[in-house]
Design a protein around this ligand. Structure first.
Ligand code: IPM
Ligand code: MG
Length: 367
């Protein structure tokens, strides 16, 4: 198969982790007899520097002409004082919208080898396997009007949380479909005791749930869900939630399983899928070669699965990650007091070797 991708390294640690993710993808492609066609383009702060636009039209065109997009991260303190539309993040939000990527899947899986990494007791976190389904194109991120107005001392800022019924319905369907292939549990997270958006959300999700009688649907207020996520993470299966709650809870889930650096994501629903690690640009450690590339590498697995239906290839990448962790490979975020930390590139090299080893097993031979 020809795998046609646009790669957007972006800012901060984005380029470092993306480089390793591309090497892992290349190893999987080679191992299973696929061909990669990659275009590298600018986004975020990198694009602002080049073109004064966080999402140049050349980048959008390349993404729309690809089957999938692999992104590193966007965000840089250099642009903190820019107006909203000239911030790196604006490029990512526009890209998500241009790609119609309304469904953001963020798995948070606990690796048995990482028992010492979670701040939670091993007996609490062992077995955690959560799929956060975050609505990605609505809510306060995109609602109009939005503004800051008025003079010093008297400024007023406005954001609008807005959801239309069809937006809730389509993301709910994604969550229920995923639940059918998992433990058949959906927890819908909202703030229906305060927000109209959440009352509509709860009502529509309940309606969609009627088409999935086998799936156990629960509703939880977001404050309570945040507490339960650290108290009883193994109770969760699919978590369905709106844009901002999903942003917050997915970082928290990263903390629960040991490091945000492990978390991958897929943003799907439109014609082109977008794959990115959850962690962001981490400017404090950028350029040091110490970032964890596993979130980006696991995003490659999601890309193979969701954009190309290459399940064996996706599983090979995931198995490679599990294998290197089991052998004790740790980047700085995971090393703690018990392990010595390896670099981003060394972690990537070990994953590539493990992917190659896995692809050469007889059961993996391409049909
Ligand atoms: C994420 C990030 C983004 C978001 C930022 C960089 C705009 O935090 O993907 O979780 O808020 O969606
Ligand atoms: Mg976030």
């Amino acid at each position: 198969m020809l795998l046609k991708l646009t790669v957007l390294p972006g800012d901060g640690i984005g380029p470092e982790v993306t480089e390793q993710a591309v090497l892992a993808l290349q190893a999987a492609a080679d191992g299973f007899g696929h061909q990669l066609q990659l275009q590298r383009k600018a986004i975020g702060g990198a694009a602002l520097q080049e073109a004064n636009d966080p999402l140049p039209s050349d980048t959008i065109h390349s993404c729309l002409a690809s089957t999938a997009v692999l992104l590193g991260a966007v965000g840089s303190p250099a642009f903190d004082h820019n107006p909203g539309h000239l911030r790196p993040e604006a490029g990512l939000l526009r890209l998500r919208r241009e790609l119609g990527a309304y469904a953001n899947l963020r798995p948070a899986v606990f690796f048995p080898a990482l028992e010492d990494c979670s701040p939670l007791r091993a007996d609490l976190v062992r077995g955690t396997d959560i799929m956060i389904v975050r609505e990605l194109l609505g809510g306060a991120y995109f609602g109009q009007p939005r503004s800051i107005e008025g003079g010093p001392g008297a400024r007023v800022a406005i954001n609008t949380m807005r959801y239309a019924e069809h937006e809730v319905e389509r993301i709910a369907r994604v969550a229920f479909e995923l639940a059918m292939k998992r433990k058949k549990k959906v927890l819908s997270v909202d703030k229906a005791n305060v927000l109209e958006c959440s009352r509509l959300w709860r009502d529509v999700v309940t309606g969609v749930g009627k088409n999935y009688p086998e799936v156990k649907l629960g509703h939880q207020y977001v404050d309570s869900a945040a507490m339960l996520l650290v108290q009883r993470p193994t109770d969760f299966d699919v978590v369905l939630t709106e844009n901002m709650f999903g942003d917050i809870l997915s970082d928290q889930a990263g903390g629960v399983v040991g490091s945000l650096g492990l978390l991958a994501s897929a943003s799907i629903g439109g014609p082109v899928g977008l794959y990115e690690p959850v962690h962001g640009s981490a400017p404090d450690i950028a350029g040091k070669g110490i970032a964890n590339p596993l979130g980006a590498i696991l995003s490659v697995a999601m890309l193979l699965r969701h954009s190309f239906s290459l399940e064996r290839e996706a599983a090979a990448v995931e198995a490679a990650v599990s294998a290197v962790l089991s052998e004790g490979s740790r980047t700085a975020d995971l090393a703690g007091k018990t392990h010595s930390a390896i670099s981003t590139a060394e972690m990537g090299r070990r994953v590539v070797d493990a992917v190659k080893a896995h692809a050469s097993l007889p059961h993996a031979v391409s049909s």
